[in-house]
Structures are given as C-alpha cells and as structure tokens.
Design a protein around this ligand. Structure first.
Ligand code: NAI
Length: 342
C-alpha cells in the first residue's frame, strides 16, 4: 500500500473566537486519519505584539510554500487602525473568488428549509481596494475600482462552477442604475461570459431589491454573482436562512493559493467562553478537504456533522443547544469514529 500523503497547511487561528473554533476543527481533521502538518501563525494585533508586523513575513512565506491555509477570523479595528488582514491576504495572493455555499443542515429547523444557493463574490476589487483619502478636512473620497479583467474572471469562475455542478441559474447583483460605469462594466462582462453558457439561465437584479427578494422567497435564486461589497452584505443576510453565522463556510480561491475560512467574524461578544459554534469553520475545512482531493475524509466529516445535528443532543447555543464548542467537536469525532467502526 502506498504511503499516505501529508498535507502541509498554513494555520491562522485568528483572534476572538478564532482559536477556539480552530482548535475544535483541527481536532476533527486530525481524527479523519488524513495526515497534516500545520504551520501555525498569528495575524493581526496578536502578531504585532510578537513580530512587530500585523502579517508576519513568515506567514506570507508559508502560504507561498503551502498554497493552502485554514484561517480563523481576525478582528479589524473600526474607523482607524491597521487594514483588514483578510482583505490584505486576499489581495496579496489574488484570491479573486470568494465562494460561499448557503445550505441547510439536516435536523436544524430554520425559517426557510431546503435552501441551497451559492454566493460567488468578487474578492479583490470594488470599494475593498481600500483607496480612501481626505481631500480637505470634512471631505473623504473612497475609490471603487472595477476592471474588465477582474469582472470577467469572477463571472467565468461562477459560470464554470455552475456548468460543472449542474446549477441552473446565475443572477448578477448590481447597482448599475446609480454606479453606471463601475457596476455597468461588471454587468457587461457578466453578460459577455454568460453567452458562452447557454444552458445556464442568466438574470440581473439590483442589490436593494435582491435583499427584499431574498427575504421574501430565497428559492428563486440558485447562484448569486456579486461584486465585493454586495457579496459581503448579502452573505450575512443569507446566513440567517440556514441558522446564522455559526454555520456558513467560505473559500477564498485563486490560481495559485486558497484560504478557507468561515463567513463570520471574530465575535468578540462570545469569545473565550467555549460557546462559539465551530460548524462554519468545519464546513470550510470540508471544502478544503475536497480542494486537496481528500473526498472520503470530506464525506466522513460532513456525514458525522449531519448526524450530530440530526440527533440534536450536542449542539451549541446559537442553534438552540446547550453544549460548548469543545463538546460539540468531541461529538462530531465520536460520530465519525462510530461510523468507521460500523
Ligand atoms: P461577527 O461575525 O464576528 O459576529 C456577528 C454576530 O454573530 C455576533 O452576535 C456573534 O456572536 C455571532 N457569531 C459569529 N460567529 C459565530 C459562531 N461561530 N458561533 C456563534 N455565534 C457567532 O461580526 P462582527 O461582530 O460584525 O465583527 C467582529 C469582528 O470580526 C470585526 O473586527 C470584523 O472586522 C471581524 N470580521 C472578520 C472576518 C474574518 O476574519 N474573515 C469576517 C467578518 C468580520
């Protein structure tokens, strides 16, 4: 029998609830039998204390080498302070596609059952380029950058994914009625790409109407193709369909690297209390396992996770349980092991 491959993964536990959910997820991944070597790094305020840099150069070097990272959330100061670590990493490694599946877990009752949609968010442009300056005191400009290359690339990614996975519809989400040039360019590129995929229905909705449509009837959507800011906001809205931010996974994908992280942030309001739900990061790790062709392990984690939700005995309190982060992770490991021995 051939020796099993060891996957080298850059691990960024992050801060707030990051270390708790990361520890939980790493313990579940270790229990799959897949071999990992973790290159662990701090980022953000904690890294600054140790390295004098918000993103240590060793962390950049690690991702350049491994091309793969599992990342917990990192706190970004509001209205000042250092730039977002997340946005910086996405730009640095050209992780242009932010892939966010919104799908109910069996056993968890939510406002809308059987939601199954995918948000594909452009991840490197728009207002998130962070080009802001004060023109004169009291007047600030923020530049929104949209390029044909960036817009075509993300549309191509969405349509190719749809074709490969037999999804039926893509809606481009925009505000081109107001931002005629920038969102107009985004739409023109999406329309052009759509022509090459006649089997996929293409539609366009204005972002504010989209929010109302989503809350009224999420089932009308299959895949949403969005520029950066709209995708960020809509993701949190859609998280509420499937049980909240504790559930929804994400992947930041580029040509040369991939960083897997939950949609949620560092949740300082619940940090350090062993109550955070690690499901969102765990489902991000399942996406990572599929990305590295560890399909069996991915299926085994997903099926154990679904069993724990169906049994409802060991859930965290955001999904109406009473268990802690660690106990939940142990229940997933136990479910995985009992399936293996059956
Ligand atoms: P948040 O996502 O951290 O929290 C919003 C609400 O959801 C809070 O009530 C929180 O307790 C709850 N929540 C989030 N994750 C949860 C989990 N796993 N289990 C149970 N409940 C959970 O958003 P917020 O408060 O706006 O942001 C906090 C910080 O996180 C900010 O500094 C923000 O910049 C940062 N952030 C980082 C992200 C990243 O690293 N990818 C993404 C989003 C925000």
């Amino acid at each position: 029998m051939s020796e099993k491959k060891t996957h080298i993964v850059t691990l960024i536990p992050g801060d707030g609830i990051g270390p708790e959910v990361t520890d939980a997820v790493v313990s579940i991944l270790e229990a799959t039998g897949v071999k990992f070597t973790w290159e662990r790094f701090a980022a953000g305020a904690e890294a600054f204390e140790t390295y004098g840099e918000y993103i240590p150069k060793e962390l950049y070097e690690s991702i350049e080498r491994t091309k793969l990272a599992l990342k917990g959330p990192v706190t970004t100061p509001i209205g000042g302070g250092f730039s977002s670590i997340n946005v910086t990493l996405r730009k640095k490694f050209e992780l242009f596609a932010n892939f966010r599946p919104i799908k109910n877990l069996p056993g968890l009752e939510t406002r809308y059952p059987n939601v199954d949609m995918i948000i594909v968010r452009e991840n490197t442009e728009g207002l998130y380029v962070g080009l802001e300056h004060e023109v004169v005191p009291g007047v600030v400009e923020a530049l929104k950058v949209v390029t044909a290359t960036g817009s075509t690339r993300i549309a191509q990614f969405a349509f190719e994914y749809a074709r490969k996975h037999k999804r039926k519809k893509i809606h481009a989400i925009h505000k081109a009625n107001i931002m005629k040039l920038s969102d107009g360019l985004f739409l023109r590129c999406a329309r052009e790409v759509a022509k090459g995929f006649p089997e996929i229905t293409y539609g366009e909705h204005i972002v504010d109407n989209t929010c109302m449509q989503l809350v009224t009837n999420p089932y009308q959507y299959d895949m949403l193709l969005t520029e950066n800011l709209y995708g960020d906001i809509i993701s949190d809205l859609c998280a509420a369909f499937v049980g909240g931010l504790g559930l929804v996974p994400g992947a930041n994908l580029g040509e040369h690297a991939a960083i897997f992280e939950a949609v949620h942030g560092s949740a300082p309001d619940i940090a350090g209390k062993d109550i955070a739900n690690p499901t969102a990061l765990l489902q991000s790790a399942v996406l990572m396992l599929r990305h590295i062709d560890e399909e069996d392990a991915a299926n085994s984690v997903q099926s154990a996770l679904e069993q724990v939700y169906t049994e409802k005995k060991t859930l965290t309190r955001d999904v109406f349980g009473t268990s802690g982060t660690r106990a939940f992770a142990d229940a997933v490991i136990a479910a995985m092991q009992s399936k293996k021995s059956n």
